[in-house]
Design a protein around this ligand. Structure first.
Ligand code: SF4
Length: 453
């Protein structure tokens, strides 16, 4: 696809890194994980010992639960998560026991006891790697500890090749309302060279049956710019996605973090540029997909999503994550936020399981963000959704974001990506397609060390 000057930004905008090189592009949290410290873990423990309702500001904070399932059939070459492809049934059972023990400790803490999750999310890894019996064991145990009957959304990530009809029925039976299918691409060759375990036949079969048994929402994930992607293949993949008419579509632009198989190969070959499309091409591919979906009535709701019916299709987990909800996160390497403290669990399987089995929380680093850092976090994450209301921030933080962020907002406006009207701050399509790199403009100077693209 030819270069599109609209997607490249305007003179004065931070220079685009044209090629895809190694590093993280997506902004997933703030302050960045590199600033979370072991020394701050006691602050999480202290916060958990304070009853939720005794702190006015937190009284209304909704809570969700995230459970991390770190198992996969194969490791995709672009994967940067901590996943395990070699665990047997006994080790998996040990892990599920550990998840429940971890949740037991949280459920007994004054800050958590008696609260009901508003949303639940099973992520990975591959939650659908688990058998129906393993899934029932885990979810029955979780429901006993923190009843879900008030949860408005239960999301479950699935890899199409793991989904038999029997397993899909079991997943539906757990109360899952939002099935998220990691399709990534419809072309078998692209799937193969990128190390995916599933093939296109499995996508069609699993999707058809999931529809038949009535999941309230089905999301499909695609990745723009996988190894050996071409414009023709991308257009074919978008056409197939359009045919499925999912409730929502999420498109990620391929990034190549240092812990991926693709980077290992680059290193071995002495290459600095990843063997994937450049950033302008990836943005143009996402833009193409958005326009194809808009033709059939979908609405773009963020830099990564289009949805069929925005009034009906919500994504409460993302909304909660972005807007400062408590996220009780369990599992190896998972990260959460409780009672004003960010935290992340041990990265490795053995220390995670051993710490939980010793009756302790497996948290290895934490950060209690300051009020200003909480404001920045919420502002930049909500900006990923395309627009924010000024009065929301004034009311919640007592700070007018137009004043607090006057300089970066002006820069983004000067570059042609941002507008301010009627109490709303909005990012246009060109800005949304590169929003993660623009968000660094709002970081405190000491946190702007990992800027990319
Ligand atoms: S299925 Fe997802 S989590 Fe598993 S290896 Fe592939 S990208 Fe990583």
């Amino acid at each position: 696809m030819s270069q599109n000057p609209i997607l490249s930004g305007t003179p004065g905008a931070p220079p685009l890194r044209h090629e895809t090189t190694a590093g993280n592009y997506f902004v997933a949290n703030y302050p960045p994980f590199a600033f979370w410290k072991k020394e701050s873990v006691p602050e999480l423990h202290a916060a958990l010992n304070v009853e939720c309702g005794t702190r006015n500001a937190e009284e209304q904070t909704p809570m969700g639960v995230y459970a991390h399932i770190p198992f996969c059939r194969k490791r995709c070459h672009f994967c940067y998560f901590r996943v395990y492809t070699d665990k047997d049934a006994q080790q998996i059972r040990g892990y599920l026991d550990a998840l429940l023990k971890e949740l037991t400790v949280y459920a007994g803490k004054p800050a958590i006891a008696g609260r009901k999750p508003k949303f639940v999310y099973f992520g990975g890894g591959t939650p659908s790697y688990l058998s129906p019996d393993q899934l029932r064991f885990l979810t029955d145990g979780m429901k006993q500890l923190l009843p879900w009957e008030e949860a408005e959304e239960v999301t479950f990530e699935a890899e199409p090749g793991t989904l038999t009809d029997h397993k899909l029925q079991a997943i539906r039976g757990l109360g899952v309302t939002r099935l998220s299918l990691g399709i990534e691409h419809f072309d078998d060759h692209i799937l193969e060279v990128n190390g995916r375990a599933h093939r296109s036949m499995e996508i069609q079969r699993a999707y058809a049956f999931a529809r038949e048994i009535g999941f309230p929402q089905i999301n499909i994930d695609l990745i723009a710019g996988m190894v050996e992607e071409t414009e023709e293949k991308w257009r074919e993949t978008v056409a197939k996605a359009v045919e499925l008419k999912p409730d929502s579509l999420t498109i990620y632009q391929m990034e190549v973090p240092y812990n991926t198989g693709i980077f290992q190969q680059m290193k071995a070959e002495g290459k600095l540029v990843a063997p994937v499309a450049d950033w302008e091409t990836k943005r143009a591919w996402v833009d193409y997909a958005y326009r194809e979906f808009e033709k059939i009535g979908y609405t773009v709701t963020s830099g990564t999503t289009v949805v069929r019916d925005p009034d009906k299709v919500k994504f409460l987990y993302r909304q909660g994550l972005f807007s400062g909800a408590d996220i009780l996160s369990i599992g190896v390497a998972s990260f959460g936020h409780l009672s004003g403290v960010h935290y992340q669990n041990h990265h490795d399987f053995a220390p995670y399981v051993e710490t939980v089995n010793a009756g302790q929380l497996p948290v290895y680093r934490a950060l209690p963000p300051s009020a200003d850092e909480r404001l920045i976090r919420e502002f930049i994450l909500l900006l990923k959704l395309g627009s924010v209301r000024v009065d929301y921030f004034t009311h919640k933080f007592g700070v007018n974001p137009r004043e607090r962020f006057a300089e970066p907002l002006q820069r983004l406006a000067d570059w042609g990506f941002l507008s301010r009207n009627n109490g709303t701050i909005s990012i246009n399509r060109a800005g949304l397609l590169q929003v993660d790199r623009l968000l660094h403009e709002f970081f405190l100077p000491e946190h702007n060390t990992g800027r990319y693209a």
